[in-house]
Write a protein that binds this ligand. Structure first.
Ligand code: NDP
Length: 262
């Protein structure tokens, strides 16, 4: 049988840890496959490129998750609701699309189930997390700097608020930062005083960025449980791998990924 080829499509894509994760798993599980990265210029050409490269499956990162959604023939429920796909698998000539960011986020909570959560930011990651939390019965509020991106959430019957209208005295046991504030700078996602109040009332402060941001530093100063986005990255990869190779994940697979990324 020919070696199967997988890839991550994105732009930029050089920073992605996905090749490291998936190649470690292929090696450890002795699966004859290889995973590479591909810098895609045009999201509209995603499907054509998939077939041209002879791929068996891909992950998709910024900014092509919506193009990937449009390219698929069959979608899972999360992908349908969220409108974005981060994993595609080829089966009998059809492209099957999945969103593994959503279950990946839930798995990364490691058993912690909040009653009430606030998500800061209203982009693609916020969509995945909002649907995942709602599916688990959590009351979710989406807060964003500007109103435009909140429309999607209003249509999907989520509670929404802009940062300037946010009542920071309201209690949320989970505060998730999905904004890109802190990704390449020391910015906080929202006004320091408001964030300090929100975090003071929280049980867990979660930043989807996988490094120590100013948001997480503030949570630590307040002596709050806190988490960066590394476990979400790991779990979305685990669920994508399950789709790629058709086997369920186990502890050994998790250990392999952790060894590769930590
Ligand atoms: P999007 O570009 O779709 O959304 C970005 C959001 O951030 C918008 O709501 C935007 O608000 C807000 N924002 C941007 N800059 C600021 C700022 N300076 N202050 C306040 N709000 C700001 O991004 P994604 O949802 O795709 O990704 C968001 C983050 O999540 C990224 O940092 C990414 O690295 C991380 N991520 C982590 C993953 C993981 O596995 N750990 C998986 C996927 C993403 P506005 O609408 O007002 O512009």
């Amino acid at each position: 049988m020919n070696k199967k080829l997988f890839a991550i499509f994105g732009n930029p894509v050089s920073h992605s840890k996905s090749p490291l994760i998936h190649n470690s798993l292929f090696r450890e599980l002795e699966i004859d496959a290889c995973y590479t990265r591909y810098l895609l210029d045009d999201g509209g050409g995603l499907k054509e490129k998939f077939f041209e490269l002879g791929l068996s499956g891909i992950n998709i990162t910024i900014p092509f998750k919506e193009d990937a959604f449009l390219a698929c023939d069959v979608l899972d429920d999360y992908a349908k609701n969220i409108g974005a796909v981060n994993t595609i698998v080829l089966k009998e000539g059809l492209l099957y699309g999945f969103n593994t960011d959503a279950p990946g986020f839930m798995a990364s909570l490691d058993g912690f189930l909040p009653k009430k959560a606030i998500i800061l930011g209203a982009g693609g990651t916020a969509r995945a997390i909002a649907f995942a939390l709602r599916k688990a019965g959590v009351l979710v509020c989406i807060a964003n700097r500007s109103a435009g991106r909140l429309e999607f959430f209003e249509k999907a019957d989520f509670r929404t608020v802009t940062f300037d209208m946010l009542d920071e005295a309201e209690q949320f046991d989970l505060v998730v930062n999905t904004t890109s504030a802190g990704l390449t700078d020391e910015e906080l996602p929202l006004n320091e005083k408001k964030l300090m109040r929100l975090l003071s009332n929280a049980k867990l402060a979660y930043d989807c960025i996988y490094k120590e941001t100013s948001f997480l530093k503030m949570a630590k100063k307040l002596d709050k449980e806190n988490k960066n986005g590394l476990d979400m990255l790991i779990w979305q990869a685990v669920f994508a791998f399950e789709k790629f190779v058709g086997i369920d994940s186990d502890k050994r697979m998790l250990d392999v990924i952790k060894r590769a990324v930590y």
